[in-house]
Ligand binder design. Structure first.
Ligand code: SF4
Length: 301
């Protein structure tokens, strides 16, 4: 293992590469990343990278976002088949239908989406900034894609807006049930409950804290409590345990693993650095169209 890590570090220097990783990739991959964060952090950081290669340890939509914001750089994914199913759970045809139906609609696109969906949208959001950004939009009608759960969480806090919902979901968060939460809370009644807004509304309603992965990390660090039930992807436990050695963490059920994020291994990181692949490729037109709503997000946030 150490040998692989040494080779990665050496090649990274030789090729002037920077490694960005999401909190959901395996622990050992998080440990070799130059930047580690959630989608919002990675998207913002991608605008400031000074390197020839960005090696994005995450799923495809993250690599696409980094490429759109860094046209002159090679953006590599260690595992090209690491793809987020939710990123595909909306269609440009449905967006066109909703635009016809509602004159003043704003199409709000969660960054966990393909470049094609972003390109057909007005503004992008992350789970960390969605409430802030949607509240700033002048439009009354909001078509929120692709995640229905995040949409409901934001809609509940903005009753002045009319939300049109899409039926996409993240299978990792959506699979956490109210019954699993009740059992976890009954077993550890003293624990504070942290829930990601990609979870179902009934699960979100049980939380002491609702927020993005980075929000949960911050909440735990600042809390006086010593025990926490964590309802998001389990990769975040690595950072939580590193930052809070005296605190205890529990899960609700055992299904909170994203199989696509876990496809990113150290061996694949090394292979990607060794390769001469051109990395993620998209047409200029698609990148231009996808960039506009992403830039709007960065300005509004
Ligand atoms: S955790 Fe959910 S939203 Fe994130 S990449 Fe996996 S399937 Fe997609």
């Amino acid at each position: 293992m150490n040998e692989i890590v040494e080779k990665i570090q050496q090649l990274k220097k030789e090729k002037n590469a920077v490694i960005m990783g999401h909190y959901y990739v395996p622990d050992e991959v998080q440990d070799i990343a130059d930047y580690i964060g959630d989608s919002f952090f990675l998207a913002r950081q991608a605008t400031k990278i000074d390197a020839d290669i960005i090696l994005l340890c995450g799923v495809r939509f993250m690599g696409e976002s980094a490429k759109v914001l860094n046209r002159d750089k090679r953006v590599l994914l260690p595992e090209i088949n690491a793809d987020c199913p939710m990123a595909h759970m909306a269609t440009v045809e449905r967006i066109a239908e909703v635009r016809k139906e509602y004159d003043d609609v704003a199409v709000v696109c969660y960054v966990n989406s393909t470049a094609e969906l972003k390109a057909a949208s007005d503004v992008c959001v992350t789970s960390a900034n969605a409430l802030n950004i949607v509240s700033k939009l002048p439009n009354k009608n909001i078509f929120f894609i692709p995640d229905q759960n995040l949409a409901h969480y934001i809609a509940d806090q903005l009753p002045e807006k009319n939300f049109i919902f899409n039926d996409g979901f993240c299978h990792v968060h959506h699979s956490i049930s109210k019954e699993q939460m009740e059992a976890a809370m009954a077993a550890k009644p003293q624990a504070k409950v942290c829930v990601h807004p990609e979870c179902k509304t009934e699960v979100v309603a049980m939380a002491d804290y609702v927020g993005s992965t980075s929000g949960i990390i911050k909440y735990v660090a600042e809390s006086d409590a010593e025990e926490f039930i964590i309802s998001t992807e389990m990769g975040v436990m690595h950072k939580l345990k590193q930052d809070n050695p005296g605190k205890k963490f529990y899960t609700a059920g055992n299904m909170q693993i994203c199989p696509n994020m876990k496809k990113v291994t150290l061996e694949k990181v090394l292979e990607a650095l060794e390769s001469d692949s051109e990395g993620i490729q998209m047409s200029e037109e698609l990148m231009n169209q996808a960039e506009a709503p992403m830039r709007r997000m960065l300005e509004l946030a």
